[in-house]
Ligand binder design. Structure first.
Ligand code: GLU
Length: 425
């Protein structure tokens, strides 16, 4: 017999339901902006959600059927944009929430895009290079009708990289019978990628940390930083913080964390990490991810996965500033507790928007066929992030709301206006 779920269990699951939590904050933001209920009805779910089955011939000769998704949240402002993640825990709900977050990011940094997101349920850590290539190409064939340089432009996300983008671009170009670099961003430089794209998310987070530290009167030189996650965002971020004179006292990957109150040797760890960001397996003296989050520090950066700071541990966070480099690392209850405790929380939809910003630069360069230097990209990114941080910060001060609600207010406005001008609402 299947046991029924207790109320307490359902309640807990609801709190960790990223789609529901996003909808709650979107509703609040639209209410504060004075929009009628139909705007919420339009924005609470993606306009389009495609589920596909991808048969892949594995190296041992068997055929495995993978499930993939592509969600397009809102295309009133322009084509949808957002990454593709390869992860065993990908779900339809998560991809939907991630597509909404992409819309918010694009709204906050003012890009001519709406949000989109894709995901495939798989574990790339257990697949060969050739299996990954076949899966990547199969996914593009399965979603090709709804994507394209002026429709929906994918990019990297958790466990996908420039090689996967290259295969996907090649497959799309074959289907389209045309070289289509603007179909996808995060490509290798030789295939029309942009300087600075790989480190863009971490650069954006770094700029937010600088701005947040100024607001809180914290000197970055000598500040103690803890970074959860050592993937694309976390590893570059640890390096940038180290280079800025901060002391990175803790880092972690999916298997555990490393802690040294005197500061970790970041260059050594970067050198030893594998392509999935795993490094702690090389050490005996590890701590858990839970312990890592509660370490004494000035700045805490969750740069891994969802639902890491919740009502269960938010009271124990000892940082002065929390800057979210991951998507959705703090629950609504976690946000409330941190805010009440006077900890400045810089939300994901603002802090991690540097990635999509440089993706936009990459797409612009592809469309015009003229490429920029690394300095040009960095200068433009810096301007965008500083302005966006301050817009959200001022909104939060003026409207007396936390930074997450302020970011949602800034992020939904353009989409709501564009939908209205188009006559949708
Ligand atoms: N996957 C990244 C994000 O969550 C980047 C998306 C993009 O570059 O389009 O923001």
């Amino acid at each position: 017999m299947v046991a029924e779920k207790s109320n307490e269990q359902t309640n807990k699951e609801d709190k960790l339901d990223v789609l529901k939590s996003t909808q709650i904050v979107i509703h609040k933001a639209l209410e504060r902006l004075g929009y009628p209920e139909e705007v919420y009805e339009l924005l609470k779910e993606p306009l389009r959600m495609l589920t596909v089955k991808i048969p892949v011939r594995m190296d041992d000769g068997s055929v495995k059927i993978f499930t993939g998704y592509r969600a397009q949240h809102n295309d009133s402002v322009g084509p949808t944009k957002g990454g593709i993640r390869f992860h065993p825990n990908v779900t339809e709900k998560e991809v939907k929430a991630l597509s909404i977050w992409m819309s918010l990011k694009c709204g906050i940094v003012d890009l001519p895009y709406g949000g989109g997101k894709g995901g495939i349920v798989c574990d790339p850590r257990e697949m060969s290079f050739r299996e990954l290539e076949r899966l990547s190409r199969g996914y593009v064939r399965a979603i090709s009708q709804i994507v394209g340089p002026t429709k929906d432009i994918p990019a990297p996300d958790v466990f996908t990289n420039s090689q996967i983008m290259a295969w996907m671009m090649d497959e799309y170009s074959r289907i389209d019978e045309f070289n289509s670099p603007g179909f996808i961003t995060g490509k290798p430089l030789v295939l029309g990628g942009s300087h600075g794209r790989e480190s863009a998310t971490a650069k954006g987070v770094t700029i937010c940390i600088h701005e947040a530290a100024k607001k809180c009167g914290i000197e970055l030189q000598g500040a103690k930083v803890v970074v959860q996650g050592f993937g694309n965002a976390g590893s570059y971020l640890a390096k940038f913080m180290h280079d800025a004179g901060a002391v990175v006292v803790g880092i972690s990957d999916a298997y555990g964390g490393l802690y040294d109150p005197k500061g970790l040797d970041i260059d050594y760890l970067l050198d030893r990490r594998d392509s999935f960001g795993t490094v702690t397996k090389l050490f005996n003296n590890t701590i858990t991810n839970k312990e890592l989050l509660e370490l004494e520090c000035d700045i805490l950066v969750p740069a891994a996965i969802e639902n890491q700071i919740t009502e269960e541990n938010a009271h124990n966070i000892r940082a002065k500033i929390v800057v979210e480099a991951a998507n959705g690392p703090t629950t609504i209850q976690g946000t409330q507790i941190l805010t009440e405790r006077g900890i400045l929380l810089v939300p994901d939809v603002l802090a991690s928007a540097g990635g999509v910003t440089v993706s936009y630069f990459e797409w612009v360069q592809n469309n015009q066929g003229y490429y920029w230097t690394e300095e040009e990209v960095e200068e433009k990114l810096e301007k965008v992030m500083v302005k966006s941080f301050n817009t959200v910060y001022e909104t939060s001060q003026n409207r007396r709301v936390d930074m997450r609600l302020a970011a949602y207010m800034v992020g939904t406005r353009k989409m709501a206006e564009a939908s209205r001008f188009r006559g949708w609402i």
